[in-house]
Design a protein around this ligand. Structure first.
Ligand code: HEM
Length: 122
């Protein structure tokens, strides 16, 4: 059984919707999402996450490096996003084991999201 099935389709979608609403308004990372199409973003993100959790969708969107490379995302901002995701899952009543499994899948993507910090000038 996949993590996606363990969590359930409805809960995955509900968590992501709430999570993104919080991200868009967040003082540390909200500015990255200014002037982006929030519904479109959510659609891609949902497809990506379903695939990542072993669900029946394969993500057809742009590569994560391509999308995030122009954004100067720093490690504390990556950590902030993770905290918002954990809080959203907890508020939804997700079991700790499922939270840990989801988070560990996202942690593997860190190098695709963050720029090479050694060449970062600001
Ligand atoms: C602090 C961390 C992150 C920030 C600030 C961030 C921000 C963004 C922004 C602003 C976009 C829209 C880009 C555009 O349309 O030009 C985007 C797209 C996206 N992000 Fe992130 N992101 C972060 C981490 C992640 C992580 C960890 C994942 C994977 C789990 C992810 C998955 C995606 C996907 C699938 C898209 C849609 C790509 C597309 O439109 O084709 N992001 N992100």
């Amino acid at each position: 059984m996949s993590l996606y099935e363990d969590i359930g389709a409805e809960r995955v979608e509900k968590i992501l919707r709430t999570f993104y609403l919080r991200c868009f308004e967040d003082v540390m990372i909200g500015h990255f999402f200014f002037e982006k199409d929030h519904e479109e973003l959510l659609k891609h993100q949902l497809a990506f996450t379903i695939g990542m959790l072993g669900g029946p969708v394969s993500y057809q969107g742009r590569a994560l490096t391509l999308v995030h490379n122009p954004l100067p995302i720093r490690p504390p901002q990556f950590a902030r996003r993770r905290m918002i995701l954990i809080e959203t899952m907890q508020a939804e009543g997700l079991e700790q084991g499922l939270i840990d499994s989801w988070i560990s899948l996202e942690e593997k993507l860190k190098s695709l999201i963050l720029k090479d910090q050694s060449s970062c000038q600001s």
